[in-house]
Design a protein around this ligand. Structure first.
Ligand SMILES: Cc1ncc(COP(=O)(O)O)c(C=O)c1O
Length: 368
């Protein structure tokens, strides 16, 4: 039985309803700037608990727009090195310099102590990444650092739809939250993204920027085509409706892994604080006696089970960042050591009990 690592899920009944909605869109000819984008924005803002949500065509666009609002002009933005490269690329594309910080091995998320060490007179803001769907338990500490220094706080919540701490959702902690709707994410629009904010000025700016900087009939800023289409938004409306159900299912799978694997030697799990809801976009584990790529190969060849990585190499050691900034191994020792031992067990909404059993059985056999 082939088991993938991550995939989207559309129940059959939703597929029929989605097709009906797409048909209506095609019949009316309203394929962009229509009722479905507005509906997704309104419902997503309501779900997250913020005043505004602005839909765009990717998570990367969401990040770039948010960063452009802060007019970086060569200023520095602190970014955890353990993220998808888009987090740092967006800083460069918005005219700033990403300054990488290390992670805590218990969470795989940003380390506030390393953040303090990397602040310079050029620092303008901090980007936190809710890695795999875990909001860093130190989010309040990071917020305090931002408040004290007058930094902006951007949440890269690309993995964290439905995650919360004390019922406060990811995307409502910082000045701006940026989500991706890439197919494997906790909810998808095919391709797409969304910006969440309580700040009306940021919301207005995002709406202008995603449409080539157009304000009224004039182009007042340099923007781009960062718009979301109606067809993508239709998928989003139906996926958002299921988000809590999807997160609950992911949590049930995660609980099976905890029940079966938490006592195992050779493997450690990431624990989730009791006041926190994890979206479990991914299920990362740390290996002790084997490197992740070796186990991934065994799983692929012997069991047809796809293990995944988030992320290796960390961003500061990606070839572009080594070349451009002269980064070298040893700069961020926790990430460099821990992420080579990190792999992700399969987790997706329609994963069957038999699939979960197979993954657990294979892990027990190979790590014995
Ligand atoms: C942490 C993180 N940030 C940003 C992005 C970019 O999102 P997108 O692929 O929708 O542009 C991703 C996508 O995988 C991501 O994982």
């Amino acid at each position: 039985m082939k088991i993938t690592n991550a995939k989207p899920f559309f129940p059959e009944e939703d597929i029929s309803l989605i097709l009906e909605e797409i048909k209506k869109s095609l019949q009316t000819g309203t394929l962009t700037f229509g009722p479905n984008v507005s509906r997704l924005e309104k419902e997503f803002a309501g779900y997250i608990g913020v005043k505004n949500a602005i839909a765009v065509n990717s998570g990367t666009s969401a990040l770039e727009i948010a960063l452009r609002y802060f007019d970086l002009k060569g200023g520095e933005v602190i970014v955890p090195t353990n993220s998808f490269v888009a987090s740092a690329n967006a800083v460069i594309l918005a005219g700033g310099k990403p300054v990488f910080v290390d992670i805590k091995k218990e969470t795989l998320c940003i380390d506030p102590d390393d953040v303090r060490k990397k602040i310079t007179p050029k620092t303008r803001g901090i980007m936190v990444v809710h890695l795999a769907g875990l909001i860093p338990p130190e989010i309040d500490e990071i917020k305090e650092i931002c408040d004290k220094n007058d930094f902006f706080l951007i949440e890269d919540a690309a993995h964290a739809h439905g995650s919360s701490i004390d019922k406060k959702h990811a995307g409502s902690f910082g000045h701006v939250g940026c989500f991706s709707f890439f197919p494997t994410k906790p909810m998808t629009t095919g391709e797409g993204g969304i910006i969440t904010t309580n700040d009306d000025k940021i919301a207005e700016y995002a709406k202008i920027l995603r449409h080539h900087g157009k304000e009224g009939n004039e182009h007042t800023k340099i923007g781009y085509n960062w718009r979301m289409s109606e067809i993508n938004a239709i998928l989003g409306v139906y996926q958002l409706n299921r988000l809590d159900e999807f997160v609950e299912k992911r949590n049930k799978i995660a609980q099976r892994y905890v029940d079966e694997l938490s006592e195992m030697e050779g493997l450690s799990l990431i624990s989730v604080p009791s006041n926190s809801v994890h979206s479990f976009w991914k299920y990362p584990v740390l290996l002790e006696s084997i490197k992740a790529p070796e186990l991934e190969k065994i799983f692929r060849d012997k069991y047809e089970i796809a293990l995944g990585t988030i992320y290796y190499p960390p961003i500061h050691l990606q070839p572009f960042y080594k070349q451009e900034f002269g980064n070298k191994p040893g700069m961020l020792p926790i990430s460099e050591e821990v992420l080579l031992r990190e792999t992700c067990l399969p987790i997706f909404v329609d994963m069957t009990d038999e699939m979960i059993d197979n993954v657990i059985m294979a892990i027990k056999k190979e790590l014995k």
